[in-house]
Design a protein around this ligand. Structure first.
Ligand code: RTP
Ligand code: MG
Length: 140
């Protein structure tokens, strides 16, 4: 299996509860390596741009409110089959549907405040990484 990269966000509900380390530990324990990381406060424009694919969804406005409500930690993760590996450890979008041992089952507050984002394809991973990081900020 090839070593690839994915993009992760530790969301405001998790940073507010001081869970940056706990979430990162679960990512690392799943075989992912943090090769770039920074704590940022998303602007409205950044949040709307990042979630542009969801612009027509009824929850878009609320989602952007939530994602700008506090600091987030954006990360690039590296590992074998990183996108799938990360999605597996994140668990289902709604924590009520997430498997035991996943980040969302363990920490998420609800379907929106669900503690983490992870890219859903290699193609989107590249777009999302480029949205937040310059190549020299990523150290593999
Ligand atoms: P993500 O993009 O954050 O990794 O999550 P995902 O693929 O599991 O879920 P997606 O369908 O892409 O939705 C993006 C984020 O929008 C919020 N959401 N709220 N109120 C709702 O019904 C609802 N549905 C989704 C969640 O924060 C979700 O992660
Ligand atoms: Mg998604």
């Amino acid at each position: 299996m090839a070593v690839t990269r994915t993009f992760s966000i530790i969301k405001p509900d998790a940073t507010r509860r001081n869970l940056t380390g706990a979430v990162t530990k679960m990512l690392e324990d799943a075989g992912l390596r943090v090769v770039a990381s920074k704590r940022v406060r998303l602007s409205r424009e950044q949040a709307e741009g990042f979630y542009a694919v969801h612009k027509e969804r009824p929850f878009f406005g609320e989602l952007c409110d939530f994602m700008t409500s506090g600091p987030v930690v954006v990360q690039v993760l590296e590992g074998e089959d990183a996108v799938k590996r990360n999605r597996d450890v994140m668990g289902a979008t709604n924590p009520a549907d997430a498997d035991e041992g996943t980040i969302r089952k363990t920490y998420a507050e609800g379907i929106e405040a669900n503690s983490v984002h992870g890219s859903d394809s290699d193609e989107n991973a590249k777009i999302e990484i480029d949205y937040f990081f310059k190549p020299e900020e990523i150290v593999g």
